[in-house]
Design a protein around this ligand. Structure first.
Ligand SMILES: *Cc1c(COP(=O)(O)O)cnc(C)c1O
Length: 460
């Protein structure tokens, strides 16, 4: 072992290797020295555990691998062929061209983010989007924060701290990613009062639970599960009628939030923002990057008196959103205002795509791959905490059916697609068959998809 340690080159030797010296033209010297030291330290650990000393070549190679890793952004685009249109792990909604341009434009320069061009005085970042939100939802006022989780937290903190909020037991749920209504409630300082049972809640359960400490009645959309069978839920209208009688606001966590009627696309009806407002809720909260199809955001619309309270709350600063996302969200909302959302917003284009349109893409993909690929019927999901249990008929490229590729071969194939150099392709494996759904893949990615499938298929 002592011999092996003696063979280990010094920092200076590695640094003066011509391959590292070449890198010195592009990187600060200190960075290279640190990387070399780290690799030598690793080599010492290897030797200590009984391995031979790595060669100078190995050490130089590992330094440049480390640099490559730093240089190539870890976060990068992927092709989502899972068929889940709003895939939280894959970054939710891809955005419209107009949205991307708006975000790009506002990033380049200074902006009137918090500056009133009329008076030359300090302005509010909320004004740029409030009119659009009010126009689309019918609400008196609106604001935007970081995401819907922070919207709910802010709303509860501002209107219900040290007070009680009544929620149906069936809605005191976990939305995923450790967002649990009881936990958020605790964090906000509000006291959760659960009423009814898991499967049945009536408006009288709410009425009976009201005390002088009650601050709000809350509805949470069951965005990622269904309760079926012997069930009864309280309608939003029943809640707002009761709220008016006792002068308490109704707070509605819509989850996805939606301005279009999903039932027109063969899906279950997702509650719409306009419906909440016309039912008379005090506040409705929803996401920017679920069915809305825009950048990450938490949108709050409702009564002016309540929204004003939220805007002034100290937490609003902590959960505020930045200029690029305000610009992007405004561009996305404009698509709805102009009635062009389905043509312009990628997630809606995907939802509205017909099985025939998808079939012709699937056929081209399957042909590119080769004879182990077939086109079969299947189902796509909207996902992302919306429309649980509701699917869209689609056509899938199925690779390796009837044992044409072994189970381990299918896994290797799926890994190859995931590690594809140009752009990773993410599919899903079901019963040892690799499934690729064109619905969730952008049209403009078909060409690259076909190239990748041709290469991987030819390799088989
Ligand atoms: C998704 C969801 C949230 C969280 O929204 P984010 O925008 O991801 O923060 C909160 N409530 C419900 C009901 C949801 O579906």
């Amino acid at each position: 072992m002592e011999n092996e340690f003696r063979r280990l080159p010094g920092v200076d030797t590695v640094i003066s290797d011509e391959r590292i010296a070449r890198l010195a033209a592009r990187y600060p010297y200190d960075l290279l020295v640190n990387l070399v030291r780290e690799q030598l330290e690793k080599a010492r650990e290897l030797i200590s555990s009984g391995n031979p000393c790595p060669s100078l070549d190995d050490i130089v190679q590992s330094v440049s691998t480390q640099l490559d890793r730093l240089e190539n952004p870890a976060l990068r685009p992927v092709i989502n062929a899972t068929g889940v249109v709003i895939h939280t792990n894959l970054g939710r909604a891809p955005m419209s061209k107009e949205t991307i341009t708006a975000m790009d434009t506002i990033s380049r320069d200074y902006s009137n983010l918090e500056f009133d061009l009329l008076t030359g005085k300090r302005g509010s970042r909320y004004v740029h989007i409030e009119d659009l939100l009010c126009r689309l939802s019918g609400a008196e006022a609106g604001m935007v924060v970081n995401n819907n989780a922070s919207a709910v937290l802010l709303a509860l903190s501002a209107i219900a701290k040290r007070k009680e909020v009544i929620v149906s037991r069936g809605e005191a749920v976990e939305i995923g990613g450790s967002f649990r209504i009881p936990d958020v409630m605790r964090q906000s300082g509000a006291k959760l009062v659960e009423v009814g049972t898991t499967n049945r809640t009536y408006i009288d359960d709410f009425r009976d639970a009201i005390t002088p400490s009650t601050a709000a009645l809350m509805r949470v959309h069951s965005s990622n599960f269904q309760v079926i069978g012997f069930t009864h839920t309280v309608t939003l209208e029943e809640m707002t009628v009761l709220g008016r009688q006792v002068d308490l606001p109704v707070m509605d966590d819509l989850g996805s939030g939606c301005f279009l009627d999903t039932s027109e696309y063969g899906l279950a009806p997702e509650p719409m923002v306009q419906q909440s407002i016309s039912a008379g809720v005090g506040l409705a909260c929803f996401s920017g990057d679920k069915l809305l199809g825009g950048p990450q955001a938490g949108i709050i619309v409702g009564k002016k008196k309540l929204i004003d309270k939220l805007k002034k709350h100290p937490l609003a600063r902590a959960v505020r959103t930045d200029k690029t996302r305000i610009a992007g969200l405004a561009a996305t909302l404009l698509h709805y205002l102009r009635g062009e959302a389905v043509e312009k917003i990628p997630v809606w284009r995907m939802i509205a795509a017909s099985p025939d349109e998808i079939a012709s893409r699937a056929i081209a993909w399957a042909e590119a791959f080769g004879k182990q690929a077939e086109v079969i019927d299947g189902e796509s999901m909207v996902g992302g905490g919306s429309l649980p249990g509701s699917t869209l008929p689609t056509r899938l490229v199925a690779i390796g059916r009837n044992g044409s590729i072994s189970a381990s071969g299918v896994r290797v194939l799926s890994r190859k697609l995931r590690n594809s150099k140009e752009i990773p392709v993410i599919g899903r494996i079901n019963e040892d068959v690799l499934l690729l759904d064109p619905r969730s893949v952008l049209l403009e990615e078909d060409e690259i998809m076909i190239n990748i499938l041709r290469t991987v298929g030819a390799d088989l």
